[in-house]
Design a protein around this ligand. Structure first.
Ligand code: MIG
Length: 704
């Protein structure tokens, strides 16, 4: 393994790393120059590229901006943001020298990647305590893989979580949820899950259900499940302070909440009003909070999303007082520009203040540690709390869990969604470019709020965004109160039809998506990759992605565009797919092309000597019948595919029954097919469409 470790100060064990790497002498650190004991610098050459940093704004190449790893409740994902909800401290520098860097630490890290000086990179760790890992490999892919070996296997979601999920902050009651499900069923649109946002709870208390709006919750869960729809409730980090509320009472009694400098439970305010924060860094508290999920799993729930775990703070008593004092002071005054902005800012800056993060403490292995120093571990350990509890509840069952805040390490316990984006074309573009960087950091089960969380969407944005989300493992449409309804059935009739077809396409692609996702998890590979990970070519662009081993995609993310430019580093087979049922293919030579892409079409490129496997859609994942699969192969001489499938529910990831290998070899004017499958393979029939580089098509059937 080509990984070197260098230690600075003493680091609280983040458990981000699972391999035991021996410490090397700092004097021997390759590539990076150590300055002032807490800064690493590197001179960039003109063409050096920097990949990584997972969840962040801007492009795949992170060069040319300054990023800060400090998990932030940030609803404004515009170009000038330095930090979103996550702290993903892994980079790959490619160019004169190509290597990976991982900063393993608990607090803030500042990545100045050619911002202050366009040709130099600086990584600063203000806390001084950190471990640096330098990761080598013979290619970008190998560096990425070595890094993943260092941090351990990615979380594996249940197969049903590859179905479409509908969400909206604003569904208030059982009736609202039933109407959503009806909207899908009446319009014949496949769906697997509906997310419950904070309103399902009783006064925003975790692990409670509002009995007035959700009577007989258990049977409700059961009924929906029998229709193939799972409910996915939200859990928030803040525990409401309320006499008699079990989670609150127990937490106080056992000392499981974060405390202030006087050793009293720290008070912040979020949705429920005043709350305490469970001390997820204390392993007893973590186990205690995790066990609370049983309240919901006991009612048949199999999936959750964890929110506000940066942790987000609306206000504290102190910050509110400060703002109010300012307001009282301003009363009857004639405010000039500065005093007016001062007043305004005192309210704008009332939440998520560093000062508040500096005023509470965790108990880690018996030691009190101030929150800001370990800030980035909080969301990670909330996810871990849930995952460890699931393991206890049923060690062989996969639960769905995705979180808002995360740090590398959390990738072993759950997936993430990328938070409060907007219904903007630029945010669709950001979603596309963020996916490969999330994969590099180990977060494979991830996705953005499809169609955008904030702001009103347009019909064409809804269509284009869903076309991209066909490929993201987490495919969830989510939006906030007060915005235009963006459930697929809430548009005009022809848009409903288009969206139905797109979602059907997703379900038909699950055999490929799931196979590629599972192999990526098992083999420490990326599911989404930048083009440069497979091709060396100066013309490669960032807005085309590799999805699994066989496909390249080129999403349209500009309004009113009826096509787009693509660059092909080699000959590929284009399928400008409207419906997965309509097949027409075109061989495109290497080079620049302009392709027409109707609003209803998703361009898909099958790489040379690669095979795409698809099935048929159904109303939900549990009802997919993949006994018969269609294989579309673009064969120059020989194409192979290793198909992975499993039961999707248990953790038996190695049952060979579900898997098969196929090879298609060109021989004179025919093809030789080799299939390697066990007798019990549930796949019985393969319908092959084989296309050569002249566009000649041959169809063959194969029985297993
Ligand atoms: O700041 O639970 O990112 O998905 O709908 C709002 C309400 C709190 C933030 C999440 C969003 C969710 C919302 N939450």
């Amino acid at each position: 393994m080509r990984i070197k470790k260098f230690c600075f100060g003493t680091v609280i064990n983040t458990e981000a790393v699972v391999l035991n790497v021996e410490e090397s002498n700092k004097g021997e650190m390759p590539y990076l120059k150590i300055e002032n004991e807490n800064e690493l610098t590197y001179e960039l050459e003109k063409n050096d590229v920097i990949y990584g940093l997972g969840e962040n704004v801007r492009g795949i190449n992170k060069r040319g901006w300054i990023y800060e790893s400090f998990c932030s409740d940030e609803f404004d994902h515009s170009e000038d943001r330095k930090s979103l909800y996550a702290a993903h401290n892994f980079l790959i520098i490619q160019g004169r020298e190509t290597f990976g860097v991982f900063i393993d630490c608990t607090g803030k890290v500042i990545f100045d990647l050619g911002y202050t000086k366009k040709d130099s990179m600086s990584i600063k760790i203000p806390e001084n305590n950190f471990n640096v890992y330098i990761i080598n490999g013979n290619s970008l892919k190998e560096i990425a893989k070595n890094f993943r070996k260092l941090i351990g296997k990615s979380y594996i979601a249940p197969k049903w979580a590859f179905g479409y999920q509908q969400s909206r902050w604003g569904y208030k009651s059982k009736e609202d949820i039933l109407n959503v499900v009806k909207g899908f069923k009446n319009n014949d649109i496949p769906i697997d899950g509906v997310c419950l946002d904070i309103d399902y709870m009783e006064r925003f208390k975790d692990f409670t259900i509002n009995k007035e709006t959700y009577d007989d919750f258990e049977n409700f869960v059961k009924d929906l499940k029998s229709q193939g729809v799972r409910l996915i409730p939200i859990i928030d980090a803040g525990v409401k302070i309320e006499k008699g509320y079990e989670v609150y009472e127990e937490g106080v009694e056992k000392g499981y909440f974060c405390v202030n400098e006087n050793n009293e439970p720290f008070i912040a305010a979020v949705w429920p009003g005043k709350v305490h924060f469970p001390d997820f860094l204390n392993k007893d508290a973590r186990a205690w909070f995790g066990r609370k999920y049983k309240y919901l799993t006991g009612k048949g729930i199999e999936g959750f999303w964890n929110d506000m775990n940066e942790p987000a703070i609306f206000y504290t008593e102190k910050s509110l007082k400060k703002a109010l004092d300012k307001a009282y002071d301003s009363k009857d005054k004639n405010l000039d520009v500065y005093s007016f902005f001062d007043l305004k800012d005192s309210f704008l800056e009332i939440g998520n203040r560093l000062e508040d993060y500096e005023s509470f403490y965790h108990s880690i292995d018996g030691k009190f540690i101030r929150h800001d120093k370990v800030h980035n571990l909080y969301g990670y350990n909330m996810t871990r709390s849930a995952a460890e509890a699931f393991q206890e509840i049923d060690s062989n069952k996969r639960f769905l869990i995705f979180s808002r805040a995360s740090t590398i390490g959390a990738h072993r316990y759950g997936g993430i969604w990328t938070g409060d984006n907007k219904s903007w074309w630029s945010h669709l573009e950001m979603n596309i470019k963020m996916m490969p960087n999330l994969n590099l950091c180990g977060f494979l089960y991830s996705g953005a709020d499809t169609v955008g969380f904030g702001c009103d969407c347009t019909e064409d944005l809804a269509i284009r965004w869903n076309e991209f989300s066909i490929f993201t493992p987490l495919y969830r449409n989510h939006s906030t109160k007060g915005t235009r309804n963006q459930e697929p059935y809430n548009f005009s009739q022809n848009t409903i039809e288009t969206l139905r077809t797109i979602i059907e396409n997703r379900y038909a692609f699950i055999p490929y998506i799931y196979s590629e996702y599972m192999k990526a998890c098992k083999d420490d590979e990326c599911y989404f990759k930048p083009m440069t990970f497979e091709y060396e070519d100066e013309n490669l662009v960032e807005d085309q992605l590799l999805v699994g081993d066989s496909l390249m995609i080129a999403p349209v993310y500009k309004q009113n565009a009826s096509g787009r430019y693509v660059y092909l580093p080699e000959e590929m087979l284009l399928w400008n797919m409207a419906s997965y049922k309509d097949r027409s293919f075109k061989v495109l030579p290497k080079g620049h092309h302009y392709i027409d892409v109707e609003l209803e079409a998703t361009p898909i490129f099958i790489r040379k000597n690669k095979i795409l496997v698809i099935g048929k859609h159904s109303n939900c994942v549990d009802n997919l019948n993949n006994e018969e699969l269609d294989l579309i192969a673009f064969v120059d001489n020989k194409a192979c595919y290793n198909y992975y499938d499993d039961d999707g529910i248990t953790k038996k990831y190695d049952n060979q029954d579900f898997q098969f290998k196929i090879s298609i070899q060109k021989k004179d004017n025919n093809y030789e097919i080799g299939v390697d499958a066990l007798e019990n393979c549930p796949v019985r029939k393969l319908n092959l469409t084989i296309i050569d580089n002249h566009g000649n098509e041959v169809k063959k059937k194969y029985s297993i």
